[in-house]
Design a protein. Sequence first.
Length: 286
Amino acid sequence: MRGAPVSARTVTVLTHGRAERTAPAVEALCAAAAGAGAMLRFDVEESAKHALPDTVLAGAEVSDDVDLCIVLGGDGTILRALRRYAGTSVPVFAVNFGEVGFLATVDPEEVGDGFDRALRGDFEVLTLPAIALELPNGQQAAINDVSINRRVGERVATLAYGVGGQEVGSVRCDGLVVATPAGSTGYNLANGGPVLAWGVEGYVVSFIAPHSLTARALVVAPDDELQVLNRGRTAVDIAVDGRPVGELGPDDVFTSRFVREAADLAQVPGSSFYRRISEKFGRLAR
């Protein structure tokens, strides 16, 4: 965790697809930015969603030359922003308009104080790691997770996996998930994999519906590369942060490695990982 930048002068705004849900927050953000002397930038797609005042820059290209990115959406939209600004040092300040919103730092009822904090730089910055992938069709990077899934109607997958060139095992399963600490509370958690606290260096591999009584999740050390081999007779699908990116054919291999610093997530003081665990998952369990 590092200190916040100075107050934001230029801000990219990204929202999810249900504009009617975010409309009041967009209006409040525009008013807060006008009062703070900050310029909000909405790209063509975002501009088409909202009725925007003349005080913002509508139809603008998404640019690296901004001080901040404010997101109104769920974890999918937040991940899109984090991927877009990975490696740029532009923090992503997120308001939860999704179901869980584990990556968000404030909730919709907190936008008044939240937008003021965001625009004056009153937040901390957590640098999130990523998983870098070498796939048969090129390179990819995941902020949350990579999943391999058998196709609907196809036979159970057989996936072999190894670390540092040493094969660890081969599992018949519906797929597997490779998750960062930030992503360990998503698909990996649903598989029964361990939750990795933010700040832990390393990543976790868990299996989707393993046809085995002995298959267990594996936490991989940060400097070790993971290899996954498709030993089945049919291709399996690959998704990065929930987005389809290709397939892994029979006898194809992908390699993944841990990247310590990838994207910057803005955090208001007191918005810790453990508080999120209690509030998000404790609330859902009641």
